[in-house]
Design a protein around this ligand. Structure first.
Ligand code: AMP
Length: 349
């Protein structure tokens, strides 16, 4: 039986392992946290750091294919594995996604519009960059930011940059121009090794406290906007020679044009709705792609809203279970810390 190695043991790895099992694949999860969400449903777990060379070699020896569930997998680890086994998506997708400056340049080189940006490596850089954007912009750490962490917003004439470089840790930063968006959407797309691309319908995303709250499908966008998102996703996938599922987030402007925000070389929270509203979910699609199976039709059979269950929202589960047309998915996390993703529901509408 073919074995798929999964680097990372969170809920995305858990859902990938469940899809893999349905298609007769075994899974081994590499994750330092014992009894992590993915290990609870996988065949095996290697409990070790992502850059532990002995553990990586053991994973390669035990697997036929390797994939990952988060974008901060050390590139050196992915490359070490890639010398022994196929690693999908390709490690260069990690390089493109781990650093916001590299990511923006890659997107622009692929013909995709992003916010304007400046690299910020000092307080003086920040002040010069803000002056270029009339005092407004969003300052972000280049690496390791997620769910709105490591960010600061500046509004013209209101926010002083004083001390901001040090406050974000004196690490490499990027200042993006402030995008006056009407809504946020994302598209989940897959590419097979033969170059076939399949795109799900774009979802409209609402964030709360920097964390995804809901994804609604269909998004309130016109067909031309949806087509722009599909074209951008395909350009990214082709440029990377990609195999697997990707998530790309965009801002939608008043005229319907799109500004790309970021991409995640993995299954994505804003694609969880595909489990309930499509025959082939993003998790099934990813496993099909990395295993060399034909991609499924990404067609959507229902309109829906996916809602994350964050922290204490887990207490709402009995209420959701009592409703019709609600798909409930919990992640096996015992402690409901504030801001922690405990599960999600998808309500067919
Ligand atoms: P990110 O971590 O890049 O996904 O940013 C988190 C959230 O901050 C986004 O979902 C937006 O709501 C907001 N945001 C990020 N970048 C910008 C920008 N350049 N202009 C306006 N809003 C932004």
């Amino acid at each position: 039986m073919t074995t798929i190695g999964i680097i990372g043991g969170g809920q995305l790895g858990r859902m990938l392992a469940m899809s893999a099992a349905r298609l007769n694949f075994r899974t081994i999860v590499l994750e330092p946290q014992p009894d992590c969400p993915a290990a609870q449903v996988a065949n095996e777990q290697i409990v070790a750091a992502y850059d532990d060379e002995k553990a990586l070699d053991a994973l390669a020896a035990a697997c036929d294919i390797v994939t990952y569930e988060f974008e901060n997998v050390p590139v050196a680890a992915a490359e070490r594995l890639a010398q022994a086994r196929p690693v999908f998506p390709p490690p260069k997708a990690l390089e493109a996604a781990q650093d916001r400056l590299v990511e923006k340049r890659f997107l622009n080189d692929s013909g995709i519009v992003t916010a304007r940006f400046h690299a910020v490596d000092s307080q003086a850089d920040l002040e010069a960059a803000l002056a270029d954007f009339d005092g407004s912009g969003v300052l972000k750490t280049r690496r390791l930011g997620y769910d709105g962490k490591g960010q600061r917003v500046f509004r013209s004439g209101q926010d002083s940059p004083q001390g901001a470089f040090a406050a974000l840790g004196s690490v490499p930063l990027i200042l993006e121009s402030f995008v006056p968006f009407e809504r946020e959407i994302s598209i989940i797309a897959a590419r097979a090794a033969d170059g076939t691309v399949a795109c799900y319908d774009p979802a409209e995303n609402v964030h709360r406290n920097g964390i995804l709250h809901t994804s609604t499908v269909p998004a309130a966008i016109g067909p031309a906007t949806a087509e722009t998102a599909r074209v951008a996703a395909k350009a990214i996938l082709d440029a990377l020679g990609y195999v697997g599922v990707i998530g790309v987030e965009f801002f939608v402007l008043a005229d319907g044009s799109l500004v790309a925000n970021e991409m995640a070389p993995r299954v994505h929270n804003s694609g969880h709705w595909t489990e309930a509203a499509c025959i082939v979910s993003q998790f099934d699609q990813h496993i099909r792609a990395v295993a060399g199976l034909p991609l499924g039709n990404p067609v959507r059979h229902s309109d829906c809203v996916m809602q994350n269950l964050i922290g204490d929202d887990i207490a709402e589960v009995p209420g959701w279970l009592a409703k019709d047309n609600v798909f409930v998915h919990l992640y096996g996390k015992t402690e409901a810390r504030p801001g922690r993703k405990m599960g999600h529901i998808t309500r067919l509408t």
